[in-house]
Design a protein around this ligand. Structure first.
Ligand code: PLP
Ligand code: COI
Length: 341
């Protein structure tokens, strides 16, 4: 076996089937042993809970090749925990956390030739997900489920790589107060598709959502949390019960405090405060940390002082430190790196 012959430095964020995927089924109250399989297709009954009532949750994480050729994953234990909690919220049997980690190891090893080489800037995106295979017609949880993991090599999520993007405040809400915004369920993403098509057709890379109860506080975007830097170089991090607890954002908070010795202020952030901030970034597994140069809300255009040419100083340092940890150039905090092979 040898590395696939891809133009690693120029792959975008799109699906490319790789050799193996992991599958485990839940039936009669228990998960089976799980196995790697070759077939990328899923066959479902027409009345499967997945197809009728969108009973599905998922995760996203990445594997990286380090300079010594070893392959690692970044904080997969937190993905194991989050999908466990997401599944419970959507009334699905949670996949055991230890089995999740073993399945990640197996699927990465099974697709080792697809893990982008060190220095290419690309990584292997890993997509664990669980969905209802059991049939339903009345609205209720199904009684059979499938957990799968596939992988696909990816480059930057936003076109233009690390260049600043412009985003627009959506007229629609992504989450509801006391709804499912804080879990990673496919239904939240279906909710965001209409806004995202409108934003893209108007020339914006992403939507920014406001809090659904009052529409005065900043929530997050369709696929990432937002972070800000104020005039004192404090990292300002929006806090809300209806945003996804991003693993990247939680890692950035630690990096800001312990590596860059910055003050971090995690609190509800009013949209009206943004015009006083110096920098903004969008963070997530796919987005990594993407600098934002402009935020538009109706007639209001906020041009962040960091501008549209390059990342602001603090966002740039956070990016370098976080990606340095992920790619083995900087020492990681205890427990952040899972060595796979
Ligand atoms: N917010 C949303 C809505 C997301 O889809 C994601 C992506 O996973 C994130 C935030 C970032 O989360 P994480 O850093 O755990 O990937
Ligand atoms: C991720 O960052 O893993 C996500 O799930 C975001 C998605 C929009 C690709």
């Amino acid at each position: 076996m040898a590395k696939k012959n891809l133009d690693w430095g120029n792959i975008g964020f799109s699906y490319m089937p790789t050799d193996k995927r992991y599958v485990s089924n839940w039936k009669a109250g228990a998960w089976d042993d799980g196995a790697l399989i070759d077939d990328p297709n899923v066959t479902l009954n027409e009345s499967a809970g997945m197809l009728q009532y969108c009973q599905q949750v998922f995760e996203g994480l990445k594997a990286y090749t380090w300079e010594d050729g070893s392959v690692v994953c970044f904080r997969p234990d937190l993905n194991a925990e989050r999908i466990y909690n997401s599944a419970k919220r959507i009334e699905m049997p949670p996949f055991p956390k230890e089995k999740f980690l073993e399945a990640i190891d197996a699927v990465v090893k099974g697709n080792i030739d697809w893990v982008p080489p060190y220095g290419s800037g690309a990584s292997l995106y890993i997509r664990p997900y669980e969905f209802a295979t059991g049939v339903v017609i009345g609205v209720k949880p199904a009684d059979e489920y499938q957990f799968r993991i596939f992988t696909t090599p990816v480059g930057p999520y936003y076109k233009g790589g690390a260049n600043p993007i412009a985003i627009i405040v959506s007229d629609f809400d992504r989450a509801a107060p006391r709804g499912t915004g804080a879990v990673k369920a496919g239904l939240n993403y279906a909710m965001s598709l209409h806004s995202s098509v409108l934003a893209h057709s108007a020339g914006y890379a992403e939507n920014l959502y406001l809090d659904p109860a009052t529409r005065t506080y900043v929530e997050e975007t369709g696929g990432s949390n937002a972070i800000f830097v104020d005039e004192n170089n404090t990292l300002v991090v929006p806090k809300s019960p209806s945003i996804l607890p991003s693993i990247t954002r939680r890692s950035i908070v630690y990096v800001a405090e312990h590596y860059l010795h910055l003050k971090v202020d995690e609190r509800p952030v009013k949209f009206s405060e943004i015009k006083g901030f110096k920098e903004c970034g969008l963070c997530g597994t796919a987005a990594v940390i993407s600098p934002v140069g402009r935020i538009v809300n109706g007639d209001e255009v906020i041009n962040l002082p960091s501008g549209m040419d390059k990342a602001g100083e603090v966002i740039g340092e956070l990016y370098d430190t976080l990606t340095g940890i992920q790619t083995g150039k900087k020492e990681a905090p205890e427990g952040w790196i899972r060595h796979i092979c």
